[in-house]
Design a protein around this ligand. Structure first.
Ligand code: SF4
Length: 348
């Protein structure tokens, strides 16, 4: 960090320390990019020990349930051409990951690349794994509206952040005082959906100082007894979101109940294609049923994603579970808490 930035960071940390004196404050963020920036830049080491920042269900790959991994593995085994983001490749399903599956599997950077593969191979069936939160759903919607070829379909694995936050608050198990909201998601979806929650919330950007400032605003709200949605990322987020993207999502998707890894089925927390676009739904097209099978591995991902355990609480962390030989999804994705802590250290 340049010297002037270091001074600003220290000054913000000192203000947080002063504000939080005598109180235990636990804040959750719901974004893999926030965890990456927090851990890599050592933000936790600047905070007083009574201010704890935990990661919630903010990594889209980590919350993709085993049942969906099993489904895409099954399609690969059937001989379909599979297109996926690299992050998903090693995520374990019940029996296997895509990495350990013999099949025609392509790593792509975008959904449009998988549509290109479908167009170039009209005699083959191409399936894309469409994971991501509100941030990536507009691209999926745009592709559907653009009319992909008939040999293209996808497993729609998009999930919505506010219903997961609502579920977490209803459980009360993480004993949270506030949320640092994901800047990328709010750039698309805006901030209105978060106004329903009676807790302090601050939308934050991704530079270390932006995150520290967001944490300062949150701690201030907690101490002053306010519960508002504040925006510390005004250069990107408008409260109404990106209207063009939202309109496309509304045209293509219906909201549905969906399973999350580490959670039960959360009501209204996912997207499914509207009936007129169901021909692009791979699960329907190939008659695949999602089945969640319980498998005991000793992995604590479920509890880490709910903010009640840290990666280092897991006995397998850095021993039986490493990025190239992951036991759980949180060690796979570059946005997963275990993978980030393994790479950059705990930095508390
Ligand atoms: Fe799961 Fe591995 Fe993280 Fe343990 S270290 S919680 S096994 S992903």
């Amino acid at each position: 960090m340049p010297v002037d930035q270091e001074q600003i960071a220290k000054s913000l940390a000192a203000k947080i320390d002063k504000l939080a004196a005598g109180k235990d404050i636990k804040i959750m963020h719901v974004c893999g990019t926030h965890e990456y920036a927090i851990t890599k830049s050592g933000i936790r080491s600047l905070l007083p020990p009574n201010v704890k920042v935990v990661m919630g269900p903010g990594c889209p790959v980590c919350v993709t349930p085993q049942a969906e991994i099993d489904a895409i593995v099954e399609l690969a085994e059937q001989g379909k051409v599979i297109c996926t983001y690299g992050d998903l490749l090693r995520v374990p399903g019940t029996k296997s990951s895509l990495y350990d599956t013999v099949g025609d599997i392509h790593i792509v950077q975008s959904i449009s690349q998988s549509v290109d593969i479908a167009r170039q191979n009209p005699s083959k069936e191409v399936v894309f794994m469409a994971v991501g939160f509100e941030t990536t759903a507009p691209t999926t919607a745009a592709i559907v509206l653009d009319g992909p070829p008939e040999n293209f379909s996808m497993i729609v694995s998009h999930r919505l952040v506010p219903p997961a936050m609502k579920w977490l608050m209803q459980q009360g198990e993480a004993k949270l005082h506030g949320f640092l909201l994901p800047g990328h998601v709010c750039t698309i979806a805006g901030s209105h959906d978060y106004e329903q929650f009676p807790v302090p919330q601050v939308i934050a950007g991704f530079e270390p100082l932006e995150i520290l400032y967001g944490l300062y605003m949150l701690v201030k709200q907690v101490v002053e007894g306010r519960a508002e949605v504040e925006n510390a990322y005004t250069r990107a987020v408008r409260c109404q979101g990106n209207q063009k993207a939202l309109k496309m999502m509304e045209e293509v998707f219906d909201v549905c109940d969906i399973m999350w890894r580490g959670f039960p089925v959360i009501p209204d927390s996912g997207y499914k294609l509207k009936p007129q676009y169901e021909k692009f739904d791979a699960l329907k097209k190939y008659n695949i049923e999602l089945k969640e099978v319980k498998k005991e591995t000793g992995c604590l991902c479920n509890e880490i994603l709910r903010g009640i355990r840290d990666p280092t609480d897991c006995k397998l962390f850095g021993k039986a579970c490493k990025p190239l030989k992951p036991v759980g999804a949180c060690m796979v994705s570059s946005e997963g808490a275990c993978r980030i802590w393994f790479t950059y250290g705990k930095a508390h």
